[in-house]
Design a protein around this ligand. Structure first.
Ligand SMILES: [Cu+2]
Length: 508
């Protein structure tokens, strides 16, 4: 009996202790912080689950039914998995691995006022896109009179304003700042056609300063610290967007900011609007750049020359009735040299086409901004059995002396679609009969890149020696020449007359 009493007494003491502890805890301001952290972790976890399901569905879609069920793996194991997948490359590539649509984007920000959609990693789709695995594409849309919260990225960023009017403000690195001038930050008013680079790690924020028009910005990111991956780091914020300050322990924050718990709670728990939010006209007016003639020269860091480059402010590099090409090459715009990128905008007139061309060393990522159409590309990497099927009756049964075969890759183009034309792959882009096709292009490995025309003026075939033509085509040179001289246009041509079938197929 005595031992039973002892046990009950011990239990009583224990529960008293627990009670005291929880009472003490209730008073402790850290409880609230801890609860908030838990809440955030839970939200993060839910987000991860959503992402996992999306990725899983995506893989299932690519591999066809009955072959799904991919386990969630850590980033470390991703590499290993990718190596295993190399074996399956051929099969995977049977689909068009060069075309990306709405479902290939994931939403990183989604508020009532706007969104940031990020295209999946290129290597997630196919190993054939390894050459551009360090690049990511993102699209920002923001309603009129909105503020996009300050953040820095662990990637180089190049923005192209496809629609609307923005102001971007970058905050400068203090050390460099003291060397060159006394400004803490610089704002640039951006218009349609502007290209601007935000150097990696630079804190920046934006506004849509237009009262009526949506802002539409196409971004390319060159990932550096974790190839193929990038993250935004929000300093200002609270619960949503979460501020990275809140990852530090409370003691550290109190000591570094010399603030008490009450002040910290106030500072980091107010914001819940997400990173794109409405802003009053007065605030927008204060945030836009008021100086005339936009930015001028801002000599900090790699910003040693002009900062904004407007594609439409100079003559197009090619233009005729069938279309125009505007380009910002690394030589034109020094900001692009470090990232080895060129940015171009092609406006293909309705019922017209650009190409066939190929780029000697640049891989081109094209984002459709407006209009409809389709593209075709010759690819030697995809399974040859398909190409035999497509070529139908023309296929001879004679044994082949060269093993390289080309498959036609094609895809329907509409706003928001992204397609990739790897270096050296010949391609054409064709606008629909009803609308001009407007395409923003990022060309990776731009330094020393050459565009080779395969038809029309200056085409490569016409540049071969007579004897080389004869030997290579096994035809008299004049016959070869008479054919390659028929088209005298330059780069942009009249589109194909009969293409209902092709067009229909591309839209399937
Ligand atoms: Cu290929």
């Amino acid at each position: 009996m005595a031992s039973k009493a002892k046990v009950s007494l011990a239990l009583l003491l224990l529960s008293l202790l627990v009670l005291c502890a929880s009472l003490a805890q209730a008073k402790d301001p850290e409880l609230k912080i801890c609860q908030n952290q838990c809440k955030r972790q839970k939200q993060q976890c839910e987000r991860n689950c959503d992402e996992y399901i999306r990725e899983k569905k995506e893989r299932e879609r690519q591999r066809g039914e009955g072959n799904g069920g991919v386990e969630r793996e850590s980033y470390d194991r991703e590499e290993e998995r990718e190596e295993q997948e190399e074996e399956e490359e051929e099969e995977e590539a049977e689909d068009n691995p060069f075309l990306f649509e709405d479902e290939d984007f994931e939403s990183r920000v989604e508020t009532d006022e706007g969104s940031v959609q990020v295209l999946q990693r290129f290597t997630k789709r196919s190993k054939l896109l390894r050459g551009i695995e360090n690049y990511r594409v993102a699209i920002l849309e923001a309603d009129p009179l909105t503020f996009i919260s300050p953040a820095h990225f662990d990637a180089e960023l190049v923005l192209f304003v496809a629609k609307g009017r923005a102001t971007i403000t970058m905050v400068r690195d203090e050390e460099r700042m003291s060397i060159v001038c006394d400004e803490d930050r610089k704002s640039f008013n951006l218009e349609c056609g502007d290209v601007i680079r935000v150097p990696m790690g630079t804190p920046f924020y934006m506004i849509n300063r237009d009262e009526n028009e949506k802002l539409y910005v196409v971004k390319i990111l060159q990932t550096i610290s974790i190839p193929g991956h990038f993250e935004a780091f929000n300093g200002p914020g609270g619960e949503d967007p979460e501020s990275f300050y809140t990852a530090f322990s409370r003691e550290v924050l109190q000591a570094t900011l010399k603030a008490d718990g009450f002040q910290l709670d106030k500072l980091f728990h107010k914001q819940r609007k997400g990173s794109i939010m409405k802003a009053s006209k007065e605030k927008i007016d204060a945030l836009r750049q008021h100086k005339q003639g936009s930015a001028g020269i801002w000599p900090f860091g790699s910003f040693s020359s002009a900062h904004i480059y407007n594609l439409f402010n100079k003559q197009p590099s090619k233009s005729n009735q069938y279309g125009s090409l505007y380009e910002a090459l690394p030589n034109d715009y020094k900001q692009l040299q470090d990232v080895d990128l060129s940015v171009a905008f092609a406006n293909i007139t309705r019922d017209s086409m650009v190409g066939p061309i190929y780029y000697s060393k640049a891989t081109k990522i094209s984002v459709i901004v407006e209009g409809e159409g389709y593209f075709e590309m010759a690819c030697p990497h995809l399974s040859s059995s398909r190409s035999r099927g497509q070529r139908g009756g023309r296929e001879s049964s004679r044994p082949r002396k060269s093993s390289t075969r080309y498959r036609k890759v094609s895809g329907a183009l509409r706003p928001g679609v992204v397609f990739v034309t790897p270096a050296s792959h010949p391609f054409v882009v064709i606008a629909s009969r009803n609308s001009d096709l407007k395409v923003v292009c990022f060309e990776i490995n731009a330094k020393g890149n050459i565009r080779y025309n395969l038809a029309g003026k200056g085409n490569v075939m016409n540049k071969l020696e007579k004897e080389a033509k004869e030997l290579a085509f096994n035809l008299p040179a004049r016959e070869v020449e008479s054919i390659f001289n028929l088209q005298d246009g330059d780069l942009f041509f009249q589109g194909p007359k009969e293409r209902e079938e092709e067009y229909g197929r591309a839209f399937e």
